[in-house]
Write a protein that binds this ligand. Structure first.
Ligand code: COA
Ligand code: MG
Length: 289
């Protein structure tokens, strides 16, 4: 699976930020936004700017994503028709409430790929779950399209949809946030965590990113370049964690050869789930190199 620790948004109308993300920043995913980051009177301009970026900029190792306006808006069709033929790596669809919207987009992408001579199925989909209906329909949504690679959880819109009060402790979104991570894992998808809007607060970002990692998220949505390094650091295991993981795996192999399933290491019981966790840590360390 592709590394998606950092998904950086920028308004599709802001050429300077897009160019900066393509040339200088090393976000795993660069998401040019046509939706809520763009003022209503600049929607058409944003579409053209994103089209120019897809045609002319080299994004290096970053995945090139575009967030469209939601499927039930009058902007959606022009967004899709402008952007999809230009071979973005993936389309981010916001406010996914049902499997139906992903099925519709999947079929439209197949049509565009056919017409543009793009390999069938090569455009990925990332679905933003950010409404109460989206959370309720997760079971159908995750099975709606083979293009789907990730679920993104949007806390701000979700809180609005729920009539909840948004807080810094995130308790009001815990159920939905955790449900998104769980459904993603159950269906072999990645889950991408909430935006930390206070972009000057690196400590707070680090705390929230760690919480997301601990909850099973593969990465986090970002809005500012300064957030990239913080999140990559959180996703890279510390030297101590790596050492612990190596010892667990080595001890496991020795114990297994001696016929023991569970065994003790430093006063802690180690058995299969812990060995698997240790292997995950080693995978993350490798990915961070
Ligand atoms: N992507 C790429 N570059 C960005 C960026 C982003 N999201 N946010 C800021 N930058 C660049 C700025 O252009 C500036 O570069 P420069 O000095 O070469 O011009 C540099 O990083 C420092 O930016 P700074 O002055 O600290 O921030 P700002 O006041 O220009 O912008 C925001 C603050 C919040 C408006 C901006 O970060 C932003 O637009 N974020 C994304 C918003 C968005 O897309 N929202 C929708 C999805 S939730
Ligand atoms: Mg949103």
């Amino acid at each position: 699976m592709r590394l998606r620790r950092s998904l950086l948004y920028m308004p599709g109308s802001d050429w300077r930020k897009i160019e900066k993300a393509a040339r200088e920043l090393e976000a795993d995913c660069v998401c040019m936004d046509l939706e809520d980051g763009v003022a209503l009177d600049r929607k058409a301009e944003a579409r053209e700017t994103v089209a120019r970026a897809l045609q002319t900029l080299d994004f290096g190792r970053s995945e090139r994503l575009v967030r469209l306006n939601a499927l039930d808006t009058p902007l959606y069709t022009a967004d899709l028709e402008t952007v999809a033929p230009l071979r973005p790596d993936g389309i981010v669809l916001p406010k996914v409430n049902s499997a139906e919207s992903l099925r519709t987009l999947d079929a439209q992408l197949s049509e565009v790929e056919r017409a543009a001579g793009i390999a069938a199925g090569s455009t990925s989909l990332l679905a933003i779950i950010e409404t109460a209906a989206g959370v309720v329909h997760l079971r159908e949504i995750v099975q709606a399209s083979p293009r789907l690679v990730a679920l993104i959880f949007g806390a701000e819109d979700f809180a609005t949809s729920l009539g909840a009060v948004r807080t810094s402790h995130n308790t009001e979104v815990l159920y939905a946030r955790s449900k998104v991570a769980t459904y993603a894992a159950a269906f072999g998808l990645q889950a991408i965590d909430i935006v930390y809007t206070n972009f000057r607060d690196a400590k707070g970002l680090e705390r929230e990113a760690r919480q997301g990692l601990e909850m099973g998220f593969a990465g986090k949505q970002l809005i500012h370049p300064a957030q990239i390094a913080v999140v990559h650091q959180v996703y890279a295991p510390s030297a101590e964690e790596v050492k612990w993981a190596q010892r667990v795996v080595q001890a496991f192999e020795a114990q297994q050869a001696a016929g023991a399933g569970a065994f003790a290491l430093d006063g802690r019981m180690i058995d299969m789930p812990l060995v698997q966790q240790a292997r995950r840590v080693l995978e993350r360390a490798q990915a961070a190199d």
